[in-house]
Write a protein that binds this ligand. Sequence first.
Ligand code: BV8
Length: 250
Amino acid sequence: MEDQVEQVVQWLAVARTITVLTGAGVSKESGIPTFRDAMEGLWAEFDPQVLASPEGFRRNPGLVWRWYAARANQAGDVSPNPGHHALARLGELKPVSLITQNVDGLHQRAGSREVLELHGNILRHRCFDQGHPMPIERPWEVEEPPVCPQCGSLARPDVIWFGELLPVDVLERALQASQECHVMLVVGTSGLVQPAASLPHYARETGAHLIEINPDRTPLTRHVDAYLSGPAATVLPHLVAGVEQLLAKQ
Ligand code: BV8
């Protein structure tokens, strides 16, 4: 794998633009279980795809509210890991567009700027009917979703649920970043959720070098130019240190 790492470092160092797509695997070493990890403890009996849907919320707003509040509490309790920090550092060395499927806000806390959050952010809230922003500091302190003072509908996390459209402006910018980049890093995603899972294919079709970082192979692996098998918190710092050394020699 070392010579693959060498090749990837070369590609990153000479790339005019780099796009990164991350999934839940990049937050795993911060202590946040991935979407495909078995739901643990209190939530073990529930299917995340049902809870993460408007139907699930309509059916049981309190249950869905408490699931997201618990996740927001956990996201606030954990810290970005070396993988998040490595991507923030890469963004200081090279023009990087960072697209994430994660809703935990850890890339921003690690210092990455202009993060394209395809699926929103569990630390923000809006009302269900009209999307009025609802600043709720500690959602885990209330058992039931608060009522919107403007329209009377219930508060929900500002995330994109299954069956909901992604924000058009964010998706357009993510598409553009995928089609214009010279290198795309795909880190810690099972590549199962659309339309995010299509972005690496757009990058490949427009001639980018496609690199996957994941301890497990995925449906994308057979399409990539380099597959680095390992955890993001180990592989990313190694890559960025290599880029830093190469750029220092120039
Ligand atoms: C849409 C926010 C148009 C909420 C999320 C039928 C009916 C309706 C829709 C569909 C349908 N069929 C298909 C669809 C489209 C659907 C979809 O893709 N479904 C899939 C499951 C088949 N998509 C949608 O609904 C999207 N909207 O299409 O609108 C539309 C509208 C109506 C009808 C049709 C179409 C909206 C999708 C957004 C859903 N919201 N999140 C929340 O978080 O609660 S998705 C959620 O799951 C995450 O955000 C993330 O995107 C996804 C999980 O994926 P990953 O991030 O990849 O995580 P995962 O656990 O899967 O994998 C982790 C990976 O990390 C693994 O590969 C593992 O090996 C690796 N790993 C582990 N450890 C490490 C590591 N990697 C690195 N380092 C480590 N240490």
